[in-house]
Design a protein around this ligand. Structure first.
Ligand code: KG4
Ligand code: ZN
Length: 338
C-alpha cells in the first residue's frame, strides 16, 4: 500500500512515499533555512510563500524518486497541525486537491504523533514505551500505547527545548537554527564551565521549564554574573563554553525527566523524537544511561528526527489500511485542541 505524505507545518516543505507504513521509497525535504536565516527565525509569511512555490516540485520529485505515479497511490496523508496555520494550509489544500483529483482517501495527521512514529520506521517497537518529543515548538513526555495512542505525562510550561536552543544561539550571535550549531560547537567547549540552572519544577513533576535557563544565559552573556556584577561580553572561547554549558543543562533535564517518566510508569522502554532528538550529546547521554540501567532505547536516525514527510505517510498507513478517511472538509489547526 503506497502512501504519499505531505508536511508543511513550519519551514520544511516535505513529501515522501512510504510503503505499508514501513518502507521509505522516497523522502524529500526542502529546507527554507536560507530564506529565514537573516531574520534569526521563521517568518510565517515567507514560509507560506515558499511552501506555495515548492510544494508541487517537492511532491513531483518524491514520486519520481520512488518511481511511482499518482495512480499507483492508495492514499494521501498530510500534517493538519499543530504548526504555522498558513504553512499548514498550503499542505492541506494541496493534499485535498490531489485526493479529489485522483479519487483517493486522505488522512489528516497530527504533527506530534508523526514525530513519535519516526522510531516505527526503523525499529520493531514494542509497546508501551515512554516517549520524549522535543522540537522547536513542543517538549512533552508521553506513554505510547500504540502508533496512534499517546497519553500525555508532562509538557513544557514555557519555551520548547528547541526554541531555547534557537534563542540562546541567537543571543550568542551564532546563527539560525540554533540546535545544530550549538550541537557542533559544544563538542569543543567545556560543559562544566558555567553552572546553569537545571529547572526540575516540583518533586516528581514531568513538566518542563526552559525560560529560567534562557534568562540565566542572557544575564551571563550580557555581563552579569549571579551576584549582578558586570563581567563583560564573552569572547569566542567563552561563547563555546557557554554553548556547551547550556546544552549540558538541557540534556540533564531532558534525560532526567525521560527516565523519571519511565520509572513512574514502570516501563523499561524509552524513545526520543523531534528535532532536538538529533542532538549528539542527548543521544549519547540517554544511550549510555539506558545501557547501564537495562532499558531498551528507541532513537531514530537524525533525518527522521527533524521535520519530514516519511513519518506522516508511515503513520497514516495504520488508519488508511483500516479504511479510515478524514474526508475533504477537515481543517488545519495551529494548536492541539483548538
Ligand atoms: O522537529 P523540528 O524539525 O521542527 C519542529 O517541529 O519544531 O525541530 C526543529 C528544532 C529547532 O529548534 C532546532 O534548533 C532543533 O529542533 N534541532 C536541534 C538539533 N537539530 C535540530 N536541537 C539540538 N541539537 C540538534 N542537533
Ligand atoms: Zn516538527
Amino acid at each position: 500500500m503506497l502512501i504519499l505524505g505531505i508536511e508543511t507545518s513550519c519551514d520544511e516543505t516535505a513529501a515522501a512515499i512510504v510503503e505499508d507504513g514501513r518502507t521509505i521509497l522516497s523522502s524529500m525535504v526542502s529546507s527554507q533555512v536560507p530564506l529565514h536565516e537573516k531574520f534569526g527565525g521563521v517568518v510565517p509569511e515567507i514560509a507560506c510563500r515558499a511552501h506555495g512555490e515548492l510544494i508541487i516540485p517537492v511532491i513531483d520529485s518524491a514520486l519520481e524518486e520512488a518511481g511511482v505515479a499518482g495512480e499507483d497511490l492508495c492514499g494521501i496523508a498530510v500534517t493538519a497541525g499543530p504548526g504555522l496555520i498558513g504553512a499548514l494550509l498550503i499542505g492541506v489544500s494541496t493534499a485535498k486537491a490531489m485526493a479529489w483529483g485522483l479519487d483517493l482517501p486522505i488522512l489528516a495527521i497530527d504533527h506530534l504523533d508523526a514525530h513519535i512514529y519516526a522510531n516505527n520506521l526503523v525499529h520493531e517497537v514494542e509497546y508501551p514505551f515512554t516517549t520524549l518529543v522535543a522540537s522547536g515548538g513542543h517538549t512533552a513526555l508521553y506513554l505510547s500505547e500504540s502508533p496512534t495512542r499517546h497519553r500525555l505525562l508532562g509538557s513544557t510550561t514555557d519555551d520548547a527545548a528547541g526554541e531555547a536552543f534557537d534563542k540562546v544561539a541567537a543571543l550568542l550571535g551564532l546563527g539560525y537554527p540554533g540546535g545544530p550549531i550549538i550541537d557542533a560547537l559544544a563538542e569543543k567547549g567545556r560543559a562544566d564551565a558555567v553552572n546553569f540552572p537545571r529547572t526540575m519544577l516540583a518533586e516528581g513533576s514531568l513538566d518542563f521549564s526552559f525560560s529560567g535557563l534562557k534568562t540565566a544565559v542572557l544575564y551571563h552573556v550580557k555581563g552579569q554574573n549571579a551576584a549582578g556584577r558586570p563581567q563583560g561580553p564573552p569572547d569566542e572561547a567563552e561563547k563555546i563554553d557557554v554553548a556547551a554549558s547550556f546544552q549540558a543543562a538541557v540534556v540533564d533535564v531532558l534525560t532526567g525527566k525521560l527516565f523519571l517518566a519511565a520509572a513512574q510508569e514502570g516501563v523499561k522502554r524509552i524513545a526520543i523524537s523531534g528535532g532536538v532528538a538529533a542532538n549528539s550529546a542527548l543521544r549519547s547521554r540517554i544511550d549510555a544511561r539506558a545501557e547501564r540501567e537495562g532499558f531498551t532505547f528507541y532513537v531514530p536516525p537524525r533525518e527522521l528526527c527533524t521535520d519530514n514527510a516519511a513519518v506522516v505517510a508511515g503513520l497514516a498507513w495504520h488508519g488508511l489500511s483500516r479504511g479510515e478517511s478524514s474526508g475533504l472538509t477537515f481543517d488545519a489547526y495551529a494548536r492541539r485542541g483548538a
